[in-house]
Structure formats: C-alpha cells, structure tokens
Design a binder for this molecule. Structure first.
Ligand SMILES: [Zn+2]
Length: 206
C-alpha cells in the first residue's frame, strides 16, 4: 500500500497493457513509408479516442512533471505545447492535471512545422512540450526551435512512449516518458527477419 497522498504512476507494463487493449500498440510485420521494417507499430490516437484511457495516460505523465521542482514552482504560468495533432489530447490532459494556463500546438503547413499566426503576441510562458510518442525526436527538435523563436524557456518535455533510440534530453531538460520502448528497425526487406519468414506486410502511413 502506498502512503496516503502518494500519487502512483502506472508501471510501464500497465501502460503497455492499455496501449495493447486499445489497439494503440500492435504487433506484426510493418513497413514504414521510409522503407524501414519493424515488428511493432504504435497508433497512439487509438488509446486517446477513449476519454477514460486518455485521462489515465495524461494524468500519469503529468505526475512526472509535477514532482519536478523547477516545473512545480512555475505553475500555473506555464504553456503546454504539442508538436503535432497527435499530442493535442496529451497536452490538454497534462494541462488539466497541472492547472497550467496555456496550451498550443504546432501544425504542418506546406511541409513546415509552424505555430498559428499571432501566437507570439500573447504572454510567453515557460514551456512543457508533450507528445503522444517520440520515435526519432525530429518533431520535438523542430518544436524546440519554434519555442526558442518565441523566446520561451523550455522547462519540461515528455511523451507517453519514448523510443530509446531518440534523444533523451533537450539541452539539459530530460525527456520524461511512461514507457521506454526499445524498437528494432530493419533498414530494408533484405535485413528483416519477418520478411525472411515470409510474414505478410502491413504498410503504415507514418
Ligand atoms: Zn519485413
């Protein structure tokens, strides 16, 4: 039994069970648009379409930020930012749990990641960047550049799932996650064990 007042964060195994149950984590033989093959695929919005599940995941991630003294001391004057549409429900859930003041997100416009026009005209608060999943870290890195362009300090960063091959820090800010996933990618069909075994391929969009 936990001591009263201690807020438990579900274990990585419990998080993975939620992701499996909702179809957000899939096992098979997948081919990414860049030609890489893997035996696993995360489609995180499938977990976030169920409100209760979305809440459990976002609240759990928020607790990782809440225990960080630098972050806790700056609340509520904090912005929670998503690099893309997939992170928007995470951002809303984390904001709610932390009572942070602002949420905004980047979108792809003409192949470029951007914030909405005039975002820079509001109060610029210290930022926590959250996403549903960090695979390569490119989306986070592009968002870091955008946030720096606004002149906002980054005080936190995290995702529900973080691939161990992605960066684990932004400058000196550690990337927090509920699951560290060690994904194995095969660069081509020739290297892929599932291809060798003749397993049917599923092509995934991103
Ligand atoms: Zn393959």
């Amino acid at each position: 039994m936990a001591a009263p007042g201690v807020q438990l964060i579900p274990s990585p195994e419990e998080i993975m069970q939620i992701l499996k149950r909702t179809g957000a984590f899939r096992e098979g033989h997948f081919v990414y648009p860049n030609g890489k093959h893997t035996a696993h695929y995360f489609q995180m919005p499938l977990a976030f379409r169920y409100y209760d599940t979305a809440r459990v995941l976002a609240v759990a991630l928020s607790r990782k930020f809440r225990v960080d003294r630098d972050i806790a001391s700056q609340l509520p004057k904090v912005s929670v930012i998503s690099p893309s549409s997939g992170g928007i429900p995470v951002a809303f859930g984390v904001r709610d749990a932390l009572s942070a003041e602002q949420i905004y997100w980047a979108e792809q416009e003409g192949g470029k990641r951007m914030f909405r026009q005039y975002v820079n005209q509001g109060d610029i608060a210290p930022c926590i960047i959250v996403d549903d999943i960090i695979r390569s870290g490119h989306a986070i890195e592009e968002t870091v550049e955008l946030v720096r362009g606004l002149g906002a300090p980054i005080i936190g960063c995290g995702a529900i799932v973080h691939f161990t091959s992605a960066p684990n820090h932004i400058d000196d800010v550690p990337i927090k996650s509920l699951v560290e996933f060690d994904e194995k990618f095969y660069n081509s069909a020739e290297e892929c064990l599932d291809c060798k075994a003749g397993a049917p391929e599923e092509h995934v969009r991103f």
